[in-house]
Every structure is written in C-alpha cells, then in structure tokens.
Design a protein around this ligand. Structure first.
Ligand SMILES: Nc1ncnc2c1ncn2[C@@H]1O[C@H](COP(=O)(O)OP(=O)(O)OP(=O)(O)O)[C@@H](O)[C@H]1O
Length: 412
C-alpha cells in the first residue's frame, strides 16, 4: 500500500497544499515549527481518525477556518482509491471514499500507518493509559469492528461510573441503597470489556516475538540485558492474561506468522466467554469498593501492557536510550504485525505505511543506522527531520523542503 497524492485544506497550518508522492522513502526537512509534522499527522489521521499528538480534533482545523480536509489517493492492490475526511471542530467528521459519502469509521482500514514520534517515549515511561491506547490503535486497524465495541464500552463505563458515584453519595448520606441497579451495567461492561481484553491479549501475543527481536536489532543489546518481553495483565484476575493456543507463540519461531493467529484465532468466542465470566465475578466481588470510591475498578480500562527488560520492568528502570529503543521496538513490532496480516481485504497488500516523525535526532549514530536499514524494507516511509544531516545516508529518496507553509521538492 502506498499514497500517490495528498491534499490538505485548512488542516493545521496549511491553507492549501497538494503533494505527489512515490513509494519508498520520502523525507520532509525544514526548520522547527514549519509544518513537517502537520503533514505526516494528516496521513496518520486517515488511518486511525485520530492524531498522534492531540486528543481533541480542534487543533487540527486551521485557526479561523470551519473545517479541515485531508484527501489522499491510496494504491492498494490494483485499484487506486480516493479517501477524504473533513474535520469539524467540535462536530462529527464527514468522510468520502471515491467521492461517495460514508460513515467516518468506514475509512478505517483503507490507509494503514504506523507512526513513531518523540511522544512515544511515553509508551515506556508514561501511564498505563498510553500503552492501552497503543494496543487499541493497533486493534482497530486490525479489526475495524472493534472501534464500535470500544466506543460502546466507554459509554457504558461512563454511565456506570455516574451511577456508582450517586450510589456512593447516597450511602454516605446514610440512606439505604439498592445496588441492584448496577446489574444491568455489569452485564454490558463485562460483555463489551471481555471482547476488548481478548483482542488486546491476542495482539500482545502476536507482537511479543517481534518486540523482542526489534529491541535487540535497534539497541544492539543481546543476552538477558537485551531481553524485552511484553505481557498483558487483566484487571479481573490481576495476572498475566493467557489465551489458549496463542501463548506458545511467544516462544515460537521468530518468523512465525503471528498476525494470522491474531485475526483468525478460532478460540475467540471461548476466550471472550471465559473472560466475561471472570469480569462478572470480579465486579460482584468489588462492588462495595466501587460504590465507596465512585469509579469503575474492573474492566479493560484498568488492564495493563507490561514492558519488561531483562529481569526488571522497563518503566522506572530503563535508561533514556533503552526507553527509546523499547518504544521503537513496539512501533516496529506493530508494523511487522500489520504487515503479516493477510486477513480478508489485506490478502494482496496489507503493507502499512511507516512514519518516522522527528526521531533520528534522538538516536545515536549506530541506532540511526540500524533503524534506517530496518525501515528500508517498508513499501512507503515518511520521515521528518529539522536537520537533514541527522538522517543516515541509507535513507535516500524524495526530499521536500518545508518552510512558511510551502512544501517544495529538493532536487537531487
Ligand atoms: N490549527 C492550527 N492553525 C494554524 N496553525 C497551526 C495549527 N496547529 C498548528 N499550527 C502551527 O503549525 C506549526 C507547527 O507545525 P509542525 O508541528 O508541523 O512543525 P514541525 O515542522 O514538525 O516542527 P518541529 O521541527 O519543531 O517539530 C506551528 O507554528 C503552529 O503554530
């Protein structure tokens, strides 16, 4: 998969820009604040309908404009497809595929990207929510129907939390409470939550060997010190979540087609049913505590992706350079997993686009070189850098200079 054209109108700092793009490596070079990241952010938005930098869409619309538009032509298999999203500040987006109106969520899957950016250090050093978001973005790209499940889960969790708060307040005032009203929310939370927990755990099982491998490649560390291992812990059992048939994948051959197991995993139903039962029993057990605190204490929003390095957790122990290598290994692992995914419409070309936003300046010379060699395998790569000299010479390809809202090709 690759983009041949990208047009932005009123997106971030751009009033209007049109770019013709080629497969292989494309680099955007320019001084700080000129709009390099804005371009790759737009490409990433087409894949996930969210920005890798901000939680709200408001900042994506050019100041003073009503709506920002991102339009791209993507070649996937034989036929080019035109995808377009119109972003409104504070309102629902509008989307088009080949000029026909569709629901925005239908765009997901037409463009697949993996973005690595300075913010990714938070994947290792930040709160568990960062790591859950990483898994969810990947989950939605691999199983687009999970976008709806996640949205529904979040709605149920919000409503249940409101009820817990009011029951808690009632109890503190000395009134008697009927906590039976929670039952219907528990059932929904467990049903939706189990699907998310299982989908994420499948992704972790598929990612694990890739993360271990890429950590060693990028960091140059080997042996126990360089052993990066990821695990998923669920809130109901508070233990490492295991999936029958998938767990052995962690120790499987590195070349194993892990994505096939993620998307075609036959035990989905059994796993989700089992997890649902575990969630329901944990909800029953912790109901009193939940009412006292007025928050949901059980569910995938409390699950954790744990990152281990050697015998220690990465968070709090890994050095700055090691944390960077780990974040990069997570992103490259995600890219490999998406690449291997040959389910359904990805049978002919599931190759995701790789975006490396401002990352070379953060790496030492040997890590830069190893990263460059690795990404050359990708069908299309977008790189941004403030200083062209930070880029290893392996990354030749199209170059654009970005300055004052103008993006122009650099010859040679
Ligand atoms: N909604 C918006 N409307 C107008 N301008 C915006 C908007 N959002 C961001 N900008 C401007 O875009 C510029 C930032 O662009 P971008 O983040 O792409 O820079 P960059 O070239 O990647 O810089 P750096 O090298 O510092 O990372 C800033 O000058 C900012 O003021």
């Amino acid at each position: 998969m690759y983009l041949t054209d990208l047009a932005l109108s009123d997106f971030r700092s751009y009033r209007q820009v049109v770019l013709h793009l080629s497969p292989g490596v494309t680099t955007f070079v320019g001084e700080n604040g000129q709009g390099k990241t804005n371009i790759v952010e737009a490409i990433g938005y087409l894949a996930t309908l969210s920005s890798h930098r901000v939680a709200s869409d408001n900042a994506l619309v050019r100041q003073g404009a009503q709506a920002g538009v991102i339009q791209a032509k993507v070649v996937h298999g034989e036929q080019p497809t035109t995808v377009e999203v119109e972003i409104f500040a504070g309102r629902a987006n509008r989307a088009r595929i080949n000029r026909g109106g569709v629901r925005p969520v239908e765009l997901i899957g037409h463009v697949r990207t993996v973005t690595f950016a300075p913010e990714d250090l938070e994947l290792v050093r930040g709160d568990p929510a960062e790591r859950r978001r990483f898994l969810d973005d990947l989950m939605i790209q691999m199983k687009p129907r999970m976008a709806g499940v996640k949205a529904e889960y979040e709605k149920v969790a919000r409503q249940r939390a409101a009820l817990l708060k009011s029951l808690g307040a009632q109890r503190r005032r000395g009134g008697s409470i009927d906590s039976g009203a929670l039952d219907v929310w528990d059932v929904q939370l467990a049903k939706l939550g189990a699907q998310i927990t299982v989908a994420r755990a499948q992704i972790v099982a598929g990612l694990r060997p890739h993360v271990t491998e890429y950590y060693q490649i990028v960091s140059g560390q080997s042996g126990m010190a360089g052993n990066a291992r990821i695990d998923y812990t669920d809130s109901a059992t508070k233990g490492a979540f295991t999936l029958p048939g998938l767990e052995e994948l962690g120790d499987a051959d590195r070349g194993e087609d892990a994505a096939r197991l993620v998307t075609n995993h036959e035990d989905d139903l059994t796993d989700a049913d089992l997890t649902e039962v575990q969630l329901l029993s944990a909800l029953a057990e912790r109901r009193d505590q939940e009412i006292a605190r007025g928050i949901n204490l059980v569910g995938p929003h409390r699950d954790e992706l744990r990152l281990g390095l050697g015998t220690l957790p990465a968070k709090g122990y890994a050095s700055h350079g090691e944390s960077w290598s780990y974040a990069l290994a997570l992103r490259l692992g995600a890219w490999k997993l998406l690449r291997e995914d040959s389910s359904g419409e990805w049978a002919d070309d599931g190759e995701p686009i790789l975006i490396l936003d401002d990352v070379f300046a953060e790496l030492d010379a040997s890590r830069r070189k190893r990263l460059a060699e690795t990404v050359l395998e990708a069908g299309q790569v977008f790189v941004t850098a403030a200083v062209g000299d930070d880029l290893p010479e392996e990354l030749s390809g199209d170059r654009f200079l970005v300055h004052d809202g103008i993006v122009e090709p650099i010859d040679g």
